[in-house]
Design a protein around this ligand. Structure first.
Ligand code: NAD
Length: 377
C-alpha cells in the first residue's frame, strides 16, 4: 500500500517519546491507514535519552527549536514535564506545526485555555494524548452506550489506578513535585485518561465533591539524600453529570497509591436496562448486563478488534503498545480529514474541560464543599 509520508519530530525522548517512536517503527502493522509517520528529529536535553534514537539518519538535538525551525517537520509530539507544556505547545503551534500534545494540556486551567486559544488563532491541528479509548473493550462499551441499550443511566465510574507511589523507597522525580508536575498532581497525570470517554459521550460533570490525598512527604533523591514530594497522589471525584436530562452520579477515580494496581484503567456504566464494564486488568473481557428475570453479567472474550485494522490475527491479544499506535492512527487520519466515524483523540475543548474539572476538584478539596464545574450544567 502506498502511504503519504508525514514528517514528525519528538520533543522529549523519555518514557513516552520512546514508546511513540516504537509505534512509528512498526507502522506497517496497520493495513488500511494511508499515511505513514516518518520520525525525522528528536530533541531532548539528556544525551543518554537521545542515544536510544540514534539510527544514523534522525536529527538528534538538545535544542527543540531546531525542530521548530525545520520546515519539513509537519507534526510534533511533545512529551516533557508538565511545567513546560504551555510554552512548548504554544511555540510549536506558532512555528506552524500540528501537535499531539501529551496530557495534561498545560500545567493548569489557565495554561490549557491559552494553548487552546493559540491553537485556534494559528489554525493548527492539535489533539491531546489519551490512548485508553482505543482498547476494544472501551470501543464496545461506547457502542453499547450510544445504541441506547442501557435504559436510564443510574451510575458511571471512570477510573485509572496505579501503585507507582506505594513504595516509599522509590526515588522522587518531577512527577512528585507540584512545581513541575502542577498543583493538580495526579489529576493532571491520570485525569485526561479518565475524563476523555465521559466527555466524548457528552457526560461533563456539572458539580463535584473531591477527596484528594497526598502520598509520602519525602522520598530518596537518588543521591543519598531526601527530596520533598508535595503532589496529590489520589483523587476521588464524586460528580453529578446531566445524562439524558437526569442528574446522574459519576465517579472519577485517579490513584497513584492503589494497592494491587499497576496500570489499571476501568470504565463502568450501569442503567435500568443494562450495564457495561471493562478494565485493563482483564483486557480480553468485556462484561455486559441485560435486565432479565435473573441478575447476571455476561463475559465476552475479545480478540484484536481495534478501530484501525492491522495484520495481527483477530484472535490475538491487544496491549498498551497497540493502543498507542491506534491513537496515532486516529490522530493522523483525523488531521487528513479521513477519520470517518471512528473514535478520535481528545480535542482541545475536551482537554480544557478536563482542566475545569481538575480546577473545581482543587477548590472542593480546599473548601470541603460541592463545587460547580465551569462550562457544564
Ligand atoms: N499517555 C500516556 O499513557 C502517558 C504515560 C506516561 C507519561 N505521559 C506524559 O508524557 C509526558 C512525559 O512523561 P514521561 O513519562 O515520558 O517523562 P520522562 O521524564 O520519562 O521524559 C521526559 C523527557 O523530557 C526531556 N526534557 C525535559 N526538558 C526538556 C526540554 N526543555 N527540551 C527537550 N527535552 C526535555 C527529559 O530529559 C526527558 O527525557 C508527560 O506529560 C506525562 O504526563 C503520558
Amino acid at each position: 500500500m502506498k502511504r503519504k509520508p508525514i514528517k514528525i519530530g519528538i520533543i522529549g525522548g523519555g518514557l513516552m517519546g520512546r514508546e511513540i517512536a516504537s509505534a512509528f517503527a512498526r507502522w506497517r502493522a496497520l493495513v488500511d491507514v494511508a499515511v505513514e509517520p516518518q520520525l525525522v528529529g528528536v530533541a531532548d536535553l539528556n544525551p543518554a535519552a537521545l542515544e536510544w534514537f540514534d539510527d544514523g539518519r534522525t536529527l538528534l538535538t538538545p535544542d527543540y527549536r531546531q525542530l521548530l525551525d525545520r520546515p519539513e517537520v509537519e507534526v510534533l509530539y511533545v512529551a516533557v514535564p508538565h511545567n513546560l507544556h504551555e510554552k512548548l505547545y504554544c511555540e510549536a503551534l506558532e512555528a506552524g506545526k500540528d501537535l499531539l500534545a501529551e496530557k495534561p494540556f498545560g500545567i493548569d486551567l489557565a495554561a490549557a485555555e491559552r494553548v487552546a486559544k493559540t491553537a485556534a488563532s494559528t489554525k493548527r491541528f492539535i489533539r491531546c494524548s489519551s490512548e485508553f479509548p482505543f482498547w476494544p473493550g472501551v470501543q464496545r462499551a461506547i457502542q453499547v452506550v450510544r445504541a441506547g441499550r442501557l435504559g436510564r443511566i443510574l451510575e458511571v465510574v471512570s477510573g485509572f489506578h496505579h501503585s507507582s507511589d506505594l513504595d516509599p523507597g522509590k526515588p522522587a522525580n518531577w512527577k512528585r513535585q507540584s512545581a513541575v508536575c502542577g498543583e493538580i498532581g495526579v489529576l493532571g497525570d491520570l485525569g485526561m485518561h479518565v475524563c476523555h470517554v465521559p466527555l466524548r459521550l457528552g457526560w461533563g460533570p456539572a458539580r463535584l465533591f473531591a477527596q484528594l490525598q497526598k502520598g509520602y512527604p519525602e522520598r530518596p533523591d537518588g543521591k543519598g539524600g531526601k527530596a520533598p514530594c508535595d503532589t496529590w497522589d489520589n483523587a476521588l471525584l464524586h460528580t453529578w453529570a446531566p445524562i439524558a436530562g437526569q442528574d446522574t452520579p459519576m465517579r472519577l477515580e485517579m490513584k497513584r497509591l492503589a494497592p494491587g494496581a499497576i496500570n489499571t484503567w476501568f470504565f463502568e456504566v450501569l442503567g435500568t436496562d443494562g450495564g457495561v464494564r471493562f478494565s485493563t486488568a482483564e483486557p480480553k473481557s468485556f462484561w455486559t448486563f441485560e435486565r432479565t428475570k435473573e441478575q447476571s453479567w455476561k463475559r465476552t472474550e475479545l480478540g484484536f478488534e481495534v478501530p484501525f485494522k492491522t495484520i495481527t490475527g483477530g484472535i490475538f491479544e491487544v496491549g498498551f503498545a497497540d493502543v498507542i499506535q491506534q491513537m496515532w492512527a486516529a490522530f493522523l487520519l483525523e488531521r487528513e480529514g479521513a477519520l470517518g466515524d471512528r473514535f478520535g483523540c481528545a480535542t482541545p475543548a475536551e482537554a480544557v474541560q478536563s482542566q475545569r474539572i481538575f480546577a473545581a476538584a482543587l477548590e472542593s478539596q480546599k473548601e470541603s464543599r460541592v463545587v460547580n464545574v465551569a462550562g457544564n450544567g
